[in-house]
Design a protein around this ligand. Structure first.
Ligand code: AHR
Length: 514
């Protein structure tokens, strides 16, 4: 009996040390209480390069299969992602956009010059009606970015009235003439974009006053109360957040922040989206992980001014920004998308989940053909990028309850720099299914890890998938569109509250358990 007892003690010590050893994850089911807002899986589509025109909108006369002008293949691919919210029309474009140019009969809409993005001529054939109808077709909320940089309060108020009012008013009657009887359900309104830069080159003190002014009028018109999103900081500009929270926290319903991953850390030469070496692979992942520090520091400032967390933080532009594909217009920001992008998306989602209490929206830049896109198009062809597949695999976390966890991971080293090899996240949905997403960042070795499920009432794996590729810089292109695509995953064992998983090199594994 005594012998059995000491063996038991030895066995449990062994078990505990295994759990504390490298490459393990312990889920804390008891502390699971924060909801992962589905809007963290939001998108951003700007009038930039071939995002709207070619990417989403081809017009009903096009020989590219379309539904009333919207590309059919793009529409179907986006419908599959369960996009919760779509931000439009910019970006920098938003602060040059005068919405009245984009409504009424298409033939009568004026041309304008897209001054920030390659100087292209914009014919305004995609405007407010086309955007809001798209949101309805995607079943997502609309996030409109209002023009503060070169617009007026009156223009914004007219726009809100046009979109959201049901009364007998000139703007509403104009909407009716334009074929839309009922108002749309617009939920989010951005008060300017990057007002510290392309949105007006303002100081935070000046912008804080404008935010107060625009916000006041934004909610006096129309039937629905818009969630007014204050323009937030450029990455690590904490002073911007400090000033905005100090002077205008009562005048906004959320504050944004933008952070882009630049693998070289240098805006001058961001490096290629393809064919990069392991050093740039590593740097890209490391730069993406800076998101955690940025959110932590902005949140600390917000906590000081807003301890009850009434004002959420919205990361309404994020993603990797590389050099454009050779031979393409630099102002169109068309870049390829690799397995590195997929891992950056997984890293970012894992970080957003950790910050789910404060971070309640994120919008990847951008949906089609621009920056870290879901989809790339070339005439009638379409590619689902590695990033698309991560959005599809991770959509199970939308509106689920975040399960805090402790991850012990071996290091992935590059010179004197290190990264944890494993990044992971977990959530429980309303049907009590537990979804686990595990990534191995190390491209040189597979990693066996143990997940402790004690307390989770979890017995079986329902379904599991893996996204990996021949190399860390593999891409999908128009000749081989399925090089990086999810497949069924079976390299796991589950028993006695323990899941053992073998993660392939540079891979993302998603497992649903019950
Ligand atoms: O997403 C591309 C651009 O990046 C956006 O227009 C701007 O807001 C940001 O600088």
């Amino acid at each position: 009996m005594k012998k059995n007892l000491s063996m038991l003690v030895f066995a449990s010590l062994l078990f505990v040390s295994t759990m504390e050893a490298q490459n393990s994850m312990k889920l804390d089911f008891i502390s699971a209480e924060v909801t992962i807002n589905k809007n963290i899986y939001g998108q951003f589509a700007e009038h930039l390069g071939r995002c709207i025109y070619d990417g989403i909108w081809v017009g009903s006369e096009s020989n590219i299969p379309n539904v009333n002008g919207y590309r059919k293949d793009v529409l179907e691919a986006l419908q599959e992602l369960d996009i919760p919210v779509l931000r439009w029309p910019g970006g920098c474009f938003a602060d040059t956009y005068h919405w009245k140019d984009g409504v009424g009969p298409a033939a009568e809409r004026p041309n304008i010059k897209n001054v920030f993005w390659g100087g292209s001529i914009e014919d305004n054939s995609f405007g407010t009606n086309e955007f809001l109808n798209l949101c309805e077709m995607l079943g997502c909320d609309a996030y409109i970015s209002a023009n503060v940089g070169s617009g007026t309060v009156e223009e914004m108020v007219d726009w809100i009235t046009y979109m959201t009012s049901d009364e007998d008013l000139p703007m509403v009657n104009w909407r009716r003439e334009n074929g839309r009887e009922k108002p749309w359900n617009v939920k989010f309104l951005g008060i300017g974009n990057e007002s510290w830069g392309c949105g007006g080159d303002m100081r935070p003190e000046f912008y804080a006053d404008l935010l107060r002014q625009y916000s006041l009028y934004a909610n006096l018109y129309g039937q629905n109360k818009l969630k007014r999103i204050g323009c937030g900081a450029n990455g690590a500009d904490y002073n911007w957040t400090e000033v905005l929270m100090d002077r205008a926290r009562r005048n906004m319903d959320a504050l944004s922040v933008h952070y882009y991953t630049i693998a070289t850390g240098n805006w001058g030469d961001k490096s290629s989206a393809t064919g990069f070496n392991e050093d740039l692979y590593f740097k890209g992942l490391k730069e993406a992980m800076r998101m955690d520090d940025i959110l932590t520091k902005h949140s600390a400032i917000m906590d000081k001014h807003d301890p009850s967390k009434r004002v959420p933080l919205m990361v309404d532009e994020w993603g990797i920004w590389t050099n454009v594909e050779p031979g393409t217009e630099p102002g169109f920001l068309y870049q390829q998308n690799s397995m590195r992008d997929a891992l950056i998306a997984a890293i970012s989602f894992n970080i957003f989940h950790e910050h789910a209490e404060r971070v309640q929206m994120a919008n990847i830049a951008q949906t089609v053909n621009v920056l870290q896109a879901m989809l790339l198009t070339n005439d009638k062809q379409i590619i689902k990028t590695p990033t698309y597949h991560v959005f599809n695999m991770y959509k199970v976390h939308q509106d689920a309850t975040f399960i805090p966890s402790t991850v012990n991971s071996e290091e992935y080293k590059m010179g004197d720099q290190t990264l944890p090899s494993i990044t992971a996240t977990a959530s429980k949905n309303k049907d009590s299914k537990v979804n686990l997403s595990l990534s191995n960042l190390n491209p040189n070795k597979s990693i066996e890890m143990i997940v402790d499920l004690t307390g989770g009432q979890v017995k079986n794996v329902n379904v599991a998938s893996v996204l990996t590729s021949p190399a860390f810089n593999s891409i999908n292109d128009f000749d081989n569109s399925n090089t990086v695509t999810p497949t069924k995953f079976s390299d796991y064992k589950i028993s006695n509250n323990q899941l053992n998983v073998k993660l392939p090199p540079h891979s993302i594994v998603c497992i649903e358990m019950q």
